[in-house]
Design a protein around this ligand. Structure first.
Ligand code: ADP
Ligand code: MG
Length: 220
């Protein structure tokens, strides 16, 4: 089943000589449960694409459809709620709330939505990400790899349509990088969770079910 698709996404920055086609008619489709790598050199348009898929940025033309909703038809307020319920973000710098402990960070999106925590799923997720002994800790006391596992748990817990991870291993050493990606991959399988990971690492890309390659804003 298709969970996300785009139709001819275009995004251009600047004008004249300095114009950059960050996205040039990008049409892709992602199935439920797929673990996708989005690969391309620096400046090829990977982050621009991911931000469009997650409704963080809007295209000049074309559309993004997630769980049959056309994102461009939502108001700003509707988009904020849609994003919270349907998109999980994992960033290079983890983006945890420093004054909240691990448990509070992981459950924050559900709290904001007034949704009750599925304790069974919470146990499964925190066990898988080896966070059960860390729930009381503050993010500042965790290693980079641990912080990224918290961010992944937070993304998983809302059962979003898709988790979008932009260079999630950019701040990690190679051992922690492979571990984090292996966890993302097995989370996709264990929880039937659709995940797209942006990377410029071929080694990481090879772990994916499918690779989407992008160069100069075009899928190739
Ligand atoms: P990647 O993530 O693959 O490194 P990006 O999607 O960040 O690439 O950027 C694609 C292209 O668009 C690059 O040439 C970049 O310089 C340009 N770009 C991205 N965001 C902006 C912006 N806000 N203003 C101007 N140019 C931008
Ligand atoms: Mg980028």
């Amino acid at each position: 089943m298709v969970i996300l698709k785009t139709n001819q996404l275009k995004k251009t920055y600047g004008t004249g000589e300095t114009q950059v086609h960050a996205l040039d008619e990008v049409t892709i489709q992602i199935d439920e449960g797929e673990f996708i790598a989005i690969v391309g050199s620096s400046g090829s348009g990977k982050s621009t694409l991911l931000n469009m898929l997650g409704g963080l940025d809007t295209p000049d033309s074309g559309e993004v459809i997630v769980r049959r909703k056309r994102l461009n038809q939502l108001s700003n307020d509707e988009l904020t709620i849609f994003r919270r319920r349907n998109i999980g973000f994992v960033f290079q710098n983890y983006n945890l709330v420093p004054i909240l402990n691990v448990y509070e960070n992981i459950t924050l999106p559900l709290k904001l939505d007034g949704i009750e925590i599925d304790e069974v799923y919470f146990e499964r997720v925190t066990k898988k990400l080896q966070l059960q002994q860390k729930l009381e800790q503050m993010p500042g006391n965790l290693s980079g790899g641990q912080q990224q596992r918290v961010a992944i748990a937070r993304a998983l817990l809302t059962k979003p349509a898709i988790i979008l991870a932009d260079e999630p291993t950019g701040n990690l050493d190679s051992k922690n990088s492979l571990e984090v990606v292996a966890l993302l991959k097995s989370s996709a399988y264990d929880f039937n969770q659709t995940i797209a990971v942006v990377t410029h690492s071929e080694e990481i890309a090879q772990m994916a079910d499918r690779i989407i390659r992008i160069e100069d804003g075009k899928v190739c």
